[in-house]
Write a protein of this length. Structure first.
Length: 306
């Protein structure tokens, strides 16, 4: 049987082929995308316009919001367009571009979160040296390092895929171009690609997770030494929102890329991907605004509430 599919395109088989479900998914994900954009843009505007938020913590938070906007925009608009089409296709160039930016932005995000953990560690454990340690230049270097880590991870995993061959109908059992589903439909040997992927996930994952973990071990230890209940509550409140975001991202993102293929499931893979690439960018501004009194106060000032 001759293949009728354009060899320069991939076909998405993710989510559902039921027209009614597709409309339902379109409404849901359009709403999520709208909340993601409006929430993260609001966070950026609040931080840029309120002088009381000119601190390292909010400097990193504004860049985290920017990354979330880019990450969501890399995935959702194409998915929304495909939900309205009978044949859900993407060009090979578009697919590799989407995959590259997905890898770049996801790793940049975890390293920004790691920098935010170090910022909280310095604020809680070394408050007298905070201004010196978290200087403007240090913050710039940490942010630049986060983007360089993301770029390195994306290049390391994208370049080898140009040698991979795809046969048949180029059908991806997913709603976006992620590396693991792409490697599964290859008709060439992907052993080296998988080794590079798993090795880089472990190296970059631990490289961002361990500093975050160590920072929070010191933070929790310092908080427990505070005698007053009010003092402990205030110290923990400055870290709880960040800890929530870190937990959401690592639990789904790391498990998606490190779990054995023997326990892989299309439904589970899609649920994990929806969580870290679509829901997390929407939840981040909500979590930070609900749990942070300074952000809530600044939001009140922005929208004219006293």
């Amino acid at each position: 049987m001759e293949n009728q599919t354009d060899r320069s395109e991939f076909i998405f088989l993710g989510l559902s082929s039921d027209p009614q479900l597709q409309i339902f998914f379109f409404v849901i994900f359009f709403t999520i995308y709208f909340i993601t954009l409006s929430g993260n843009i609001t966070i950026i505007l609040v931080i840029k316009t309120d002088p009381s938020l000119y601190s390292p913590m909010y400097y990193f938070l504004s860049h985290l919001s920017f990354v979330d906007i880019c990450y969501s925009t890399d995935i959702v608009p194409k998915m929304l367009a495909n939900l309205l089409m009978k044949q859900k296709t993407i060009s090979s160039t578009g697919c590799l571009t989407q995959m590259f930016f997905s890898l770049l932005l996801s790793v940049t995000e975890v390293f920004i979160l790691s920098a935010m953990a170090y910022d909280r560690y310095t604020a809680v454990c070394h408050p007298l040296h905070y201004v010196v340690v978290m200087s403007k230049s240090v913050c710039s270097y940490l942010l630049m390092g986060s983007w360089l880590m993301g770029l390195s991870f994306a290049v390391i995993n994208t370049v080898p895929i140009f040698k991979v061959q795809f046969c048949g109908f180029h059908e991806i059992r997913h709603f976006s171009c992620e590396l693991p589903p792409l490697l599964k439909i290859s008709c060439s040997d992907t052993f080296l690609n998988n080794i590079i992927l798993y090795s880089s996930v472990v190296i970059f994952g631990l490289g961002s997770f361990l500093p975050t973990l160590i920072s929070y071990i010191h933070i929790i230890s310092a908080i427990l030494k505070i005698r007053s209940t009010e003092g402990r509550s205030k110290a923990f409140s400055t870290c709880s929102s960040h800890l929530t975001v870190v937990g959401l991202l690592y639990m789904t993102g790391m498990s998606q890329y490190t779990k054995p293929s023997s326990i892989s499931s299309v439904v589970v893979d899609e649920l994990f991907s929806v969580q870290y690439s679509i829901l997390t960018p929407m939840l981040n501004p909500i979590i930070y605004s609900l749990k942070n009194k300074e952000v809530k106060r600044a939001l009140g000032k922005l929208f004219g509430k006293k």
